[in-house]
Design a protein around this ligand. Sequence first.
Ligand SMILES: CC(C)(COP(=O)(O)OP(=O)(O)OC[C@H]1O[C@@H](n2cnc3c(N)ncnc32)[C@H](O)[C@@H]1OP(=O)(O)O)[C@@H](O)C(=O)NCCC(=O)NCCS
Length: 199
Amino acid sequence: MPERGADVVALEPAPLLPDRASVGSGTLSDRLRARLLGLRRGVTVGRNVVVKPHVEVRVTDNGRLVIGDDCTIDSYAYFQLTKPEPVVTLGRHVGIGRHCVIAAKRSIVIGDYTQIGPYCQINDQDHGTRRDDLIMNQRAVIEPVRIGSDCWFGSGVRVVKGVTIGDGAIIGAGSVVTCDVPPYEIWVGVPARRLKVRE
Ligand SMILES: CC(C)(COP(=O)(O)OP(=O)(O)OC[C@H]1O[C@@H](n2cnc3c(N)ncnc32)[C@H](O)[C@@H]1OP(=O)(O)O)[C@@H](O)C(=O)NCCC(=O)NCCS
């Protein structure tokens, strides 16, 4: 599990307002779905996890998906863990928005409390790009992705292979993150650039 940033060590999630439209207010079916998911080979699901309908999880033989306590996975999220040795780790209280795609061949780590908005895509891989062979024939280029604790991604963020995003960072809607983002900074755009530091 990733370390929490020094600035947030004392902070804890506040009790949720009662709101049955919020993904955090999981129904019995959502919690059962999480329990069933946790029975699958290669998948570990913590306590009090909400998995909304139509979430798709594909894990290759030696792959591992670890979902920490109190996570929420909204509808149509898709986890694709393909060879050679994929591991995806969500810390505690991580929120994965509707229609997100998380595709790992080696390692994607998302820290505690991080909230990923809808339609985001996080990949630790690229196709090979040499021109002397078909792209579909080339070995993937794989570099782990690490996203810190207490981050927030707006909707439609893309994170490409090899990126590390520091604790408390915010990525604006529609941004494409192609390089490391320091802790507690707000980055926006394509490619994402620093907008400001959080105060
Ligand atoms: C990144 C964000 C938090 C910044 O909010 P803010 O601090 O209020 O920023 P401002 O609106 O004052 O914008 C500051 C500048 O950044 C630009 N900007 C803001 N968000 C941007 C984005 N996502 N992409 C590109 N540029 C952006 C603005 O155009 C503005 O540029 P200017 O100074 O040249 O006019 C916000 O814009 C955002 O993207 N929120 C995500 C919303 C969302 O997706 N919600 C649903 C999922 S939970």
